[in-house]
Write a protein that binds this ligand. Sequence first.
Ligand code: HEC
Ligand code: HEC
Ligand code: HEC
Ligand code: HEC
Length: 377
Amino acid sequence: MRHFALSVVLCAALFGCTDKQDTESATAPVVDLGKSIAETQCAGCHGLDGRGVTPEIPHLAAQFEKYLLDSMIAYKEGRRTHAALRDMAASLSEKELQSVVSYYASLPPLKSEAGEVAQADILSPYEKGEAVASKCAGCHNQDGNSTIAGTPSLAGQQPLYLLNAMREYLDGSRMCTTPEKKELVTLLNRVDNESMALYYASQTPAQRPATAVGDAVAGEPLTASCGSCHGSHGVSHDATIPSLAAQDPDYLVNAISAYRDQIRVHDDMHQVLTKFSDEDIGDIAAFYATQVSRPAEADPLTIKELAERCDRCHGPAKDHLFVHPKIHGQQKTYLIKAMRDYLDEKRDNSMMHAMVSPYTSALIDSIAAWYSTQPAR
Ligand code: HEC
Ligand code: HEC
Ligand code: HEC
Ligand code: HEC
């Protein structure tokens, strides 16, 4: 009940909570039941114009009536959780509920807050990663094709492998060989890392010239046991296993030796590599370094292309179904929370679960920024 009182106080403070029409004319129209409920119970949080007053409160203006009603019933029945809404939904009669959601549904769409979201946020993770990569360009080059001997190329690399490597640097299970890098790694958040991984994965690996670290022809037969994991000619098709093709040869020598000597620990790798001499390792590195690689993510999506997948249900074409809520112009913070709730199974919707991927944080962030800045309809 405290929430009710709070909403009324907030409402009074923020909006005055007066019905202008009351004071305007002697023939005051019959105050619409829905509007009067909105004024006393909802406006403190959703405004009288249907605008959420804080970032985590959804806009209700122009939303489908049926969706709003279904949501209230979901709160009441506990399929969606929010204590204040559960209490309100339970205390309102069916008629009152119907009239208050009709009121909000009848309001004109709000102007979207395009100005409040940074332009740099309204990009797909693939595009956002470019800015993250600029911090790493001193060693890995902007497109991830490194030209410093001993520094690995990241261009075209499997994204989940890159993400795992960053996690290992951060938790200390993989050593950062340079202090500058170590500091950079700690400054990146999850969204940065996921975006970075997708950005590099979509870059084209440059072909490398012959190298002096070994004999590529002698190296090829030694790699017979590697292809089952690293792919034919070192082009991996598994998002967790790195491509070796077109990798920097000195880096390959270091990495293979490190696994063999258990400086870098990985059971699979240690077993397959114990039998190799330093010369063998040079030959293997020469072979892989000169193979042609290709981007692990060949089809980087723009934010518009990502959103098109959602518009299949949330676009105007599906408006006749009413069950797909309008999300254009909705609050960014609320959209993020709603998507998270689906993923965490706090809200039940099988389609939304399908979005779970290792890059979920970055995808959700980008998509929420996009929709929040689109004109509400
Ligand atoms: C104390 C603040 C508060 C008050 C008062 C309040 N709401 Fe909400 N409302 C919220 C928040 C926060 C959410 C988002 C909850 C969530 O994440 O599920 C929400 C969500 C909703 C939703 C779901 C919208 C969607 O897009 O899924 C509906 C419908 C709704 N409120 C209607 C109402 C109505 C009708 C009233 C008045 C009877 C009301 N609310 C009063 C805070 C409030
Ligand atoms: C000072 C130079 C330097 C900078 C700056 C740098 N790196 Fe590195 N990076 C390296 C070197 C050297 C290695 C290989 C040795 C190691 O693991 O430390 C490496 C390895 C990696 C690997 C593992 C690649 C593999 O194939 O296993 C990833 C991922 C990576 N860096 C990402 C980044 C990201 C992201 C940034 C920017 C935030 C960055 N690096 C900045 C030098 C650098
Ligand atoms: C059973 C699967 C498997 C086989 C077989 C295998 N690898 Fe690997 N390899 C992996 C995995 C998984 C990783 C990533 C390990 C990690 O995160 O440290 C890896 C990492 C590597 C790396 C580090 C790449 C980088 O970018 O840092 C090199 C180099 C490598 N393997 C070479 C080889 C060679 C050469 C062979 C064959 C002699 C081989 N691997 C066979 C699974 C395998
Ligand atoms: C197959 C149809 C379908 C697709 C595709 C789809 N959705 Fe949904 N979405 C729904 C339905 C149905 C609901 C309402 C479920 C409920 O009542 O909780 C919903 C609800 C939502 C909500 C909650 C809205 C609110 O006001 O609380 C958000 C946010 C959302 N979807 C975002 C997305 C995004 C982002 C995408 C694309 C990645 C997407 N949806 C793709 C069907 C779909």
